[in-house]
Design a protein around this ligand. Structure first.
Ligand code: EPZ
Length: 426
């Protein structure tokens, strides 16, 4: 397995980073191609393991998929088996996003339960509750979800679906199912992420009538059939936020982040500015730097537009160097502090109290060999290495490659001394 080596420095960072397309927009949109019998094209798609995994799943489902990053074309084939096997779903939980499209398009689906992952149990009860409201019969057997449309595999019926909590992929699954359902659906207590808005744009391009994507109530008029689409994916706000935090790690830095959309990152930007980080919009780019000491800030993660859980680890790393105490509360996932023991090994002063981490800033971090099992936590350890003394080795880089395209190349572009060691560990 590869490792990434970072030589820490006090030298200010300078340079530019170009943001790739959003992983968490591309994944549901790729699954939405199952709703149409035409050939769709996606542009500005990042080259990531999760994208390749989704392409493999679509091929298993009979689609002809050509991945030529940053473009992907998906041509219809014949879907003899609307199934998503455990071997593929276990690699990526987001594979559950084929469930809604398959049962809407083919009247039935067999999809492996995604199971938990490092950050939590990750149940899909809300996805299943929504499909049942649309007339689906659902039963679970031997780790699989078996879903069948009304009357033995007929067309789904538009319905009102009220989620118990905002769920990103739950909202996306039900939106895609509703796009082919008979009549009107209303989805209440939806997730409001920009990636949900993007999916709404796609479903409208395909011929459904989607209103309210990005708010907590979405209305969808289903169509009897949906057309293919050609679409360029929005930029990845979490990738952008990760590089914004990296640019703030060393005093005196000044980095231009190209293609970052500030309006999708208000909660993060507000906290960075409170921490004495300079964040200025320059057209479709963002300039980030720091001219003075970091100030501690408190954060509580929450559904969008709250502070994103996917940026919690990154902000914690920054607060490890702030002058004072920061309180970081994780409210979305039950086990999303796996980066904490690794940061403690780098000299960070962090005390965990259940879902709360109390961080007291230190003068400096020390390089170490570290690893994490969460995509965002792993990337945060690379960020920590930027300002740590000596060298930091981040292991299990395959986690990072799931969500960060060409990470070492992009960090080099902002002046970080970083390299990948291929096959560093068995
Ligand atoms: C999406 O995961 C993202 N993944 C995650 O990003 C992100 O961290 C998460 O949303 C929260 O923003 C993709 O978009 C592919 P949820 P998702 O359903 O949809 C509970 C990354 O790093 N819940 O919004 O799986 C759940 O346990 C990944 O790119 C239920 O109880 O998250 C959690 O506590 C990591 N029942 C909360 O809701 C359900 O049926 C929010 O989860 C569904 C969710």
């Amino acid at each position: 397995m590869d490792a990434i080596l970072i030589k820490g420095s006090t030298e200010p960072l300078r340079g530019t980073v170009r943001i790739s397309g959003a992983k968490n927009a591309a994944l549901p949109i790729l699954c939405a191609t199952l709703l149409s019998d035409g050939a769709s094209r996606l542009r500005n798609v990042p080259k990531l393991r999760d994208i390749d995994t989704t392409a493999a799943l679509l091929r298993f489902l009979g689609r002809n998929v050509v991945v030529d990053a940053p473009e992907i074309t998906v041509d219809p084939g014949s879907c003899s088996r609307p199934e998503a096997p455990y071997e593929l779903v276990k690699q990526m939980r987001a594979s559950v996003l084929v469930l809604g499209p398959l049962v809407a398009r083919y009247g039935r689906a067999k999809v492996s339960l995604p199971g938990g992952c490092a950050i939590g149990a990750r149940p899909i009860d809300q996805h299943l509750k929504g499909l049942e409201a649309m007339g689906c019969t659902i039963h679970l057997d031997r780790g699989y979800v078996f879903a069948e449309g009304p009357d033995g595999g007929g067309r789904l019926r538009g319905a009102e679906v009220v989620f118990d909590m905002p769920t990103v992929t739950g909202t996306e699954n039900i939106m895609m199912a509703a796009a082919l359902a008979r009549g009107r659906s209303t989805i209440v207590n939806c997730a409001r992420e920009p990636e949900i808005e993007e999916l709404g744009r796609i479903l409208n391009k395909m011929g459904a009538v989607v209103d309210g994507a990005g708010t907590d109530v979405i209305h969808i008029e289903g169509a009897s059939e949906l057309a293919p689409f050609d679409h360029a994916i929005i930029p990845d706000r979490i990738e952008a936020g990760t590089y914004m935090v990296a640019a703030a790690m060393i005093e005196g830095s000044d980095v231009l982040i190209e293609g970052a959309e500030l309006h999708d990152l208000e909660a993060l930007v507000a906290k960075l500015r409170m921490a004495n980080v300079n964040v200025t919009s320059e057209g479709r780019n963002v300039r980030v730097g720091r001219t003075g000491p970091l100030k501690p800030v408190n954060i509580t993660t929450g559904p969008h537009p709250g502070f994103p859980t996917d940026m919690q680890a990154q902000l914690m790393v920054l607060m490890c160097l702030a002058r004072g105490e920061s309180v970081i509360s994780e409210t979305i996932f039950e086990n999303r502090f796996m980066h904490v023991p690794e940061l403690q090994r780098m000299g960070a002063d962090i005390v965990l109290r259940g879902h709360v981490a109390v961080v007291n800033g230190v003068d400096e971090l020390y390089g170490a060999s570290v690893m994490a099992t969460d995509l965002r936590a792993s990337a945060s350890l690379v960020v920590a290495g930027i300002a740590a003394r000596e060298e930091t080795e981040v292991r299990r880089v395959y986690h990072i490659d799931r969500g960060y395209e060409r990470i070492e190349e992009k960090f080099k572009g902002m002046g970080v001394n970083i390299e990948r060691v291929v096959g560093a560990h068995s």
